[in-house]
Design a protein around this ligand. Structure first.
Ligand SMILES: Nc1nc2c(c(=O)[nH]1)N[C@H]1C(S)=C(S)[C@@H](COP(=O)(O)OP(=O)(O)OC[C@H]3O[C@@H](n4cnc5c(=O)[nH]c(N)nc54)[C@H](O)[C@@H]3O)O[C@H]1N2
Ligand SMILES: Nc1nc2c(c(=O)[nH]1)N[C@H]1C(S)=C(S)[C@@H](COP(=O)(O)OP(=O)(O)OC[C@H]3O[C@@H](n4cnc5c(=O)[nH]c(N)nc54)[C@H](O)[C@@H]3O)O[C@H]1N2
Ligand code: SF4
Ligand SMILES: [Mo]
Length: 710
């Protein structure tokens, strides 16, 4: 048979289909996102990814995760159908169901629980904010009538944000867009993490131009190697170090006297209080020499503007509030608040406010009713700390929680006390989760929903993060046609479990609603790429600081009312010395993964194939451990194994273990080996920080031994 010749028309289409198109979008869901990317697309397939040289935050930079990000979309283990559990929870048996049945089953169960126990018995859970669905989820919770949105904020930004709001009326973020004379990188490893869009290329450019760098980290990171001063801190003692900085600066009169005089409240009390923290005393606590503390504090005070880029370790132990408070005081007394190149109050562009977007007005009793109100956490913490969520399920404190809807999260690996979390998930009457692959948590759910993800739907980035800009993340390719964006799932579920008038015919209307005050449609916004608030600094000169006294509250004026410490204190490390557990355990994020995500992306797994614990060679030798050995890590809470990597970049009294591990290649009915190397088996929620309900994730007492030995 003769081959049929294509007509002119079909030939044209064939050429069009093969053509390479470049589309501009922003990277997302591999960290907080931010890099402008140029994506080469051929025939609905992504064939190339490049950093955009004109990118607002990255100026051409792209990291290995960004380059590998399209691999998520086409991966064979991608979830493609809504699934319903058959058999017992966690057994790994599923039945494919339609979207219609999935939404109906979820709504029936959540409504049933609401009717039996009240709306607050249903929780809405989200992991790291990834995109606009985060806010649609809060809206759904509000409209359903539940005050309980559970999020990981207790260990991720809330201590920094909320302590900032109480102290100076805003969340002081690092301004890398203007020149700083000095950068104090405090527990922040941004060449690996680029947290909240603080893309490291901006810092590296400043360093090339002569900006001085001081690094506070227990590990000699890449940036520590390039720094002018490296303070190799004992994990969990950051509050002690910050107080010693204040001791030197105020004691030597190096503070910004004019600013302090006019714009701070409680300086004299702070000055008297910090006399208790001389560098010599804090040297013993932090393991950093008194001379180095003194010199570093003098440099920070002497360079103006200077900026503190602070990271997760500040808030990943029970002293989160004291540490964050001490650091904001440090920024303030040196006159670095809200100045270009300092720690600024970012001005949001003219878009729909968060409260309006989530319809906070419809749930006025939220503050009193949310689970953590019972635990008297700090005012303005609006999401439930996971430890309290777990207690509500397991012990009914302050009331029982029986159902949950989860998205973009993997609590079995990400929450402290994984075994307790397992028990809690097992005890839930009903829970549904949406993800892009099956995870240890999803494997315990009643309903699993297949999400369309980044590059497959129109999204807006950085909304609600407080950095003063939003980023366009237009869709680049079609999702598998059975996968829905989370926003669509929530919109459809919303129509069933909350008043219909608050939902849209098409979920994309959320995007337009958000942009409406700016006078932009979503497509106009995409043309523009990003939207930034105006550069305005030192707003306090005209309107004061938004605190009860109108000044930076070095001493909190309402501390007594809220039962908070009025001045930052050092009350010891997060865990006391324990001869049976002589080493200090900490962790850092893996440059090639996001928390527990993407161990199944082969290109990334090749770069970081297994969970690795970093041990100093002397410590390893004492324990008879060699490079590549299996190592058992034990705390009073539990035991896991990881692989030894010997390195002198870490102090001999510290080990740094990998966090976020499960094995996608493991057995589904064993929740993909969630117990084997998962760091949070080692963490506990018995002792929590009062202000935020934060557990100790870093600065734990541990011991190690070679695997296979008793
Ligand atoms: N010990 C210890 N614990 C920690 C931390 C630590 O440093 N140490 N860090 C804490 C911090 S800072 C955070 S933010 C949390 C993070 O906690 P989580 O945000 O829960 O982190 P992940 O484990 O990355 O889980 C995210 C899930 O979202 C899925 N996902 C990705 N894209 C999409 C999407 O578009 N839609 C849907 N529905 N799902 C998607 C991924 O596949 C993954 O399973 O963990 C905290 N826990
Ligand atoms: N590659 C990658 N990027 C990410 C993420 C990820 O999982 N992977 N997660 C994203 C999220 S949600 C967040 S919140 C950010 C977090 O970003 P970062 O704040 O940078 O987070 P970490 O890597 O946990 O910690 C930073 C550094 O603190 C050091 N450190 C450990 N313990 C202590 C301590 O007690 N004191 C001090 N001063 N330093 C200590 C670690 O050695 C590490 O170098 O990153 C985001 N970006
Ligand atoms: S640094 Fe973050 S935003 Fe930039 S490419 Fe990497 S993962 Fe994406
Ligand atoms: Mo985070």
């Amino acid at each position: 048979m003769m081959e049929q010749q294509p007509t002119t028309h079909t030939r044209e289409i064939a050429i069009m289909k093969d053509e390479l198109h470049w589309k501009k979008t922003h990277c997302a869901r591999m960290d907080h996102g931010g890099c402008t990317l140029l994506i080469g697309v051929k025939d609905n397939r992504i064939v190339e990814v490049k950093g955009d040289p004109d990118g607002f935050l990255n100026k051409g930079y792209v990291c290995p995760k960004g380059l590998a990000s399209p691999d998520r979309l086409t991966h064979p283990s991608r979830l493609r159908h809504p699934l319903k559990r058959i058999g017992t929870r966690g057994e790994g048996n599923w039945e494919r169901i339609s979207w219609e049945e999935a939404i109906r089953t979820i709504s029936e169960n959540l409504l049933r629980i609401r009717q039996q126990e009240g709306a607050k018995a249903v929780a809405f859970c989200q992991g790291m904010p990834k995109g606009l669905e985060h806010f649609v989820l809060i809206r759904l919770a509000n409209l359903f009538g539940s005050p309980n949105v559970v999020a990981v904020q207790d260990v991720c930004h809330a201590p920094r944000e909320v302590s900032g709001m109480h102290t100076c009326g805003f969340y002081p973020v690092a301004d890398f867009h203007h020149k700083s004379r000095l950068v104090l990188l405090w527990g922040s490893n941004i060449t690996s993490t680029n947290e909240e869009g603080e893309i490291c290329s901006l810092l590296l450019d400043q360093m090339k131009a002569g900006t001085e760098l001081i690094v506070v980290d227990p590990r000699r990171t890449d940036l520590a190697k390039q720094s002018d001063r490296f303070l190799q801190i004992r994990p969990g003692t950051d509050h002690g170090l910050a107080l010693a900085f204040l001791n030197v600066i105020v004691g030597e009169g190096l503070h910004d006297k004019e600013f302090v005089e006019t714009w701070t409240h409680g300086f004299d009390e702070l000055a008297a209080h910090i006399k208790d923290y001389p560098p010599e005393r804090m040297a013993e606590v932090t393991g950093i020499s008194a001379d180095l503390i003194r010199e570093s504090a003098r440099h920070y005070a002497g360079a103006h503007p200077a900026v503190i880029q602070w990271g997760n370790p500040i808030e990943q132990n029970i002293h989160a509030f004291d540490t964050a408070r001490a650091l904001v005081c440090l920024m303030a007394v040196c006159g670095n608040l809200d100045v270009p190149g300092g720690n600024i109050q970012a001005n949001e562009p003219n878009i729909l406010g968060l409260g309006e977007f989530v319809r906070a007005d419809l749930i006025p009793s939220k503050r009193k009713e949310m689970i953590h109100a019972h635990h008297r956490t700090i005012p303005r913490l609006m999401t439930v700390p996971p430890a309290y969520f777990k207690n509500a399920i397991l012990e009914g404190i302050p009331y029982p929680v029986r159902g949950a809807y989860m998205q973009c999260t993997n609590p079995l690996i990400g929450y402290a006390d994984s075994r307790g979390t397992f028990d809690a998930l097992m005890k839930l009457d009903f829970f549904a989760i949406s993800d892009i692959v099956m995870t240890p948590t999803a494997s315990l759910a009643d309903i699993v929903l297949p999400a369309a993800t980044h590059l497959e739907f129109n999204d807006i980035g950085h909304y609600g993060l407080g950095h003063g800009y939003i980023l366009a993340r237009p869709k680049v390719v079609d999702p598998p046609n059975t996968c829905w964006p989370d926003m669509k799932m929530l919109n459809e579920l919303g129509k069933k479990i909350a008043p219909g008038e608050y939902w849209h015919e098409n979920y994309e209307d959320f995007l337009d609603a958000l942009l409406k005050p700016a006078g932009l449609s979503y497509s106009q916004f995409v043309e523009q790429g990003h939207l930034k608030g105006p550069d305005r600094f030192q707003k306090y000169l005209s309107s004061g600081f938004k605190t009860p006294t109108g000044k930076v509250e070095l001493r909190l004026s309402r501390a007594e009312k809220f039962q908070l410490r009025p001045l930052p204190e050092f009350t010891g490390p997060p865990e006391v010395d324990d001869p049976e557990y002589p080493l200090i355990l900490t962790s850092a994020k893996d440059r090639y993964y996001l928390h527990s995500s993407y161990r199944w992306v082969e290109r990334l797994r090749k770069r970081s194939p297994e969970p690795v614990i970093e041990i100093h060679p002397e410590t390893a030798e004492r324990h008879g451990i060699r490079e590549g050995d299996e190592v058992v890590i034990e705390t009073r809470q539990g035991r896991i194994t990881q692989t030894a990597h010997l390195t002198d970049t870490i102090r001999p009294d510290i080990v740094s273990a990998a966090y976020g591990w499960w094995l996608p290649e493991g057995r589904p009915e064993a929740q993909y080996e969630w117990e084997k190397s998962n760091y949070n088996i080692l963490t506990s929620t018995e002792k929590l920080g009062r202000a935020f309900g934060t557990p100790n994730l870093k600065g734990l007492r541990c011991r190690i031994r070679k695997g296979g030995e008793m």
